[in-house]
Design a protein around this ligand. Structure first.
Ligand code: ATP
Ligand code: MG
Length: 445
């Protein structure tokens, strides 16, 4: 019997950047440096090729989290599961007379793909690997592929690098990485410096002919300019310190802007973290901020904010369901008490999941990006308050895992010696429209 052969050409035709990546002879390759350039597809294909080139090869394919790995990398692998080996123009047969498949087994519990020639690919998450699978997967490997390495720690990378020592005839040990531009260790190690026997091959969305025609234009609409430079144009020099959510022109344009108050009234309340800090309530109607209230109570009297908030609701005739109250730490007992007294306001925990989880890492990011939309579309009028405007201009975002947005946290701002942006937070809360109103059931307790 002649040697069975595998033809993968129907499944995948690499674009020119991908060809460059597949053909480069280096031990280490970082492919991409932007979104949607065809990184995952190419990394999976190259991993399979390495299994074919060296029968008995062992590889590890990984991403930071398992859900992300499943949604991206595994979906690509599955496309190869039906491929059969051919022998003289016919499907080759195994010892039992069954069709000989490229991938003879996908072991979903143990997380591996077994190949017909004895090669094996293990797959795992690195950051949330609770079962410790990565540690069990072959102490010596011939290659590894980490998709979106910028989301992973350098320790995980070093661990896999240390395992590259599989001894097979003629084998070339390889590692494949993909990344989007992001400040951090990946930039330092692979972009600003270059390890031995390593190459960085950029691939931008415009290099990928398989994307829909309007794809890039739509992203340019959605993302802030700095992020466009990083994600679409592959610029590694942005976002070193995080970037501003609001620009000065927009803030000034909104300050005391003529805008008629329309529709129902809404209120956002940011509660102090400790005694001496400011509590802020902002009331708006449509896009127009009507008033804002500030008060300070000593820490031991912070519960007095309950009466204050209920008074404001009554005085301004605001429906409790139109009121978003910050329920993080110190705000939690206050929210619960307001609700217990029958005012079912929305308790907002900024660190909780956003409604649109695909775009925002948490509610705080979602709130600020909704507010940003108002400023950008010129649909907001704020009081000409120096502190509020200064606070707005300090709010910064940074990209987080899986192309989501994150706002630099208050803790980080405090650590950097910046003031907590209480007024800006109250403004974001007052404009936040959660898709599903949150009838916090703590009032039952
Ligand atoms: N050679 C190719 N042939 C056909 N389709 C391709 C090819 N390369 C990429 N694509 C398609 O282009 C899109 C983007 O590819 P892929 O998901 O690999 O990019 P990515 O850089 O990993 O993107 P992301 O930044 O979202 O992780 C996918 O729909 C993919 O199927
Ligand atoms: Mg990808």
């Amino acid at each position: 019997m002649s040697k069975p052969s595998i033809d993968l050409s129907k499944l995948y035709k690499p674009h020119p950047r991908q060809v460059l990546f597949h053909e480069s002879p280096h031990k280490g390759r970082l492919f991409g440096g932007a979104i949607r350039g065809g990184k995952t597809v190419a990394g999976v294909r190259e991993s399979i090729q390495l299994c074919l080139d060296y029968p008995g090869n062992v590889g590890i394919v990984a991403r930071q989290t398992l859900p992300a790995l499943k949604k991206t990398v595994l979906v690509e692998f599955e496309k190869y599961e039906g491929v059969c080996a051919m022998d003289n123009g016919r499907v080759a047969k195994d010892a039992n007379g069954k069709d000989l498949r490229l991938i003879t087994q996908h072991h979903a519990t143990d997380h591996y793909f077994q190949f017909y020639n004895g090669s094996r690919i293990w797959y795992t998450s690195l950051g949330d690997d609770k079962a410790g699978l990565a540690a069990q997967m072959g102490t010596t490997i011939g290659f590894f592929f980490i998709d979106q390495i910028e989301e992973c720690s350098e320790a995980h990378f070093n661990n896999l690098l240390g395992r590259l020592s599989l001894n097979l005839p003629g084998i070339k040990l390889k590692y494949i990485l993909t990344a989007n531009p992001m400040p951090g260790w990946v930039k330092d190690r692979f972009i600003l410096n270059s390890p031995k026997d390593f190459i960085y091959i950029p691939s931008l969305p415009k290099d990928n002919p398989y994307l829909p025609a309007n794809y890039e234009a739509e992203l340019r609409e959605t993302y802030p300019a700095e992020l466009v430079r990083a994600w679409l144009e592959g610029d590694w020099n942005v976002m070193e310190t995080g970037n501003f959510v609001f620009n000065f022109t927009e803030i000034n344009r909104a300050s005391d802007k003529e805008l008629s108050p329309e529709g129902e009234k809404y209120m956002g309340v940011d509660l102090a973290w400790g005694g001496g800090d400011e509590n802020v309530a902002i009331i708006r109607q449509g896009g127009k901020v009507l008033t804002f209230e500030r008060w300070i109570y000593p820490a031991e009297e912070s519960i007095r904010s309950v009466d204050k908030i209920i008074d404001l609701l009554t005085l301004h005739e605001i429906k409790p369901q139109n009121c978003n109250v910050d329920a993080v730490s110190g705000g939690n007992p206050i929210c619960s008490e307001i609700i217990r007294r029958g005012y079912r306001v929305n308790s907002i925990i900024a660190g909780e999941k956003a409604d649109d989880e695909t775009k925002y890492i948490n509610k705080r990011a979602e709130m600020y990006f909704q507010l940003r939309g108002r400023f950008r579309d010129n649909l907001i009028s704020i009081p000409d308050d120096r502190t509020l405007k200064a606070q707005l201009s300090t709010i910064r975002y940074k990209p987080a895992q899986e192309k989501r947005m994150q706002i630099i946290s208050k803790e980080e701002m405090r650590k950097a010696g910046e003031k907590s942006p209480d007024r800006a937070d109250a403004l974001a809360l007052s404009f936040y429209e959660a898709k599903v109103r949150n009838p916090n059931i703590r009032w039952l307790g």
